[in-house]
Design a protein around this ligand. Sequence first.
Ligand code: CA
Length: 318
Amino acid sequence: MAKKKMILDLDTGIDDAMALAYAVSDPNVDLIGILSSYGNVVVNQAAKNSLKLLELLGATDVPVYVGKSHSSETDHFDVMPISAQIHGKNGIGEVDLPEAKRPVESGDGIDFLINSVKKYGKDLILVPTGPLTNLDAAIQKDPSIAKQIGNVTIMGGALTVPGNVTNVTESNIHQDASAANRVFTSPLHLTMVGLDVTLRTLLTYKETKQWRDLGTKAGKAYADIVDFYIKAYDVTSPDLHGCALHDPLAVGVAIDPSFVKVLNLNMYVTTDEKYYGRTVGDPTRLKEPTNVKVAVNVDTDRYLNVFMDHLTSLFKKH
Ligand code: CA
């Protein structure tokens, strides 16, 4: 089987950093580029973080592009204090990684995405783990890509559980609910890996210790970065007893959909003030065919084993 091509669209905070490592380590995909988004950090910081992490992991052949710097509804973006609390001001747990030698690509990130869809079509997997602003902009610029792209698996949304920004809104969707609504109601086929499943895959100090004990640079750096995240979760979500593997679960599901059980649904995202950013079934389209697969259950043990195998074997080498 030919290797699938993968593009990650990251607002590179801590779970994005784990998603990046998962994609680099998976033998079934070829990571052809990273598109950067605002969210956990500003877009240029996200790009910088991705480059530093790629260098740490020996993946210096992967280009990093800059995408949109703010939501389609605004002309400016400021990092929310809660994001800095969870991911650190620099997005990677205040861990100081060396500047990457590879610079950010000078080309436009949205064009990179469109051109990659034209080039690889059904063999391309896109995993946005931040706001859907970049994907929306690409579809606006060239609507034909919505039907050409092979697989889009997003981290975002909440269908069967409450949101994590407001009672109805998950954070990535909340950043740009208008863009999310255009993406969900486009002809695009997408899989939604939201809080319904990501809050069931948790990581603890026990796992990060295994990375630290490897004695490698990458093992120590990732243990430090993720320990910051677990500490933040101890304060913000003490009932979970660990940190949620939001973004790396989306990468795992994009490569192996059998990790989750899905519900087929046509969805929309509400943008009114009261229920801003709610991802829910579209009452005007409650019939076949459907374009969204919502992950509603996950094989937690199997995923965690594969996740640890992937990251530990990668960190062992770097
Ligand atoms: Ca993210």
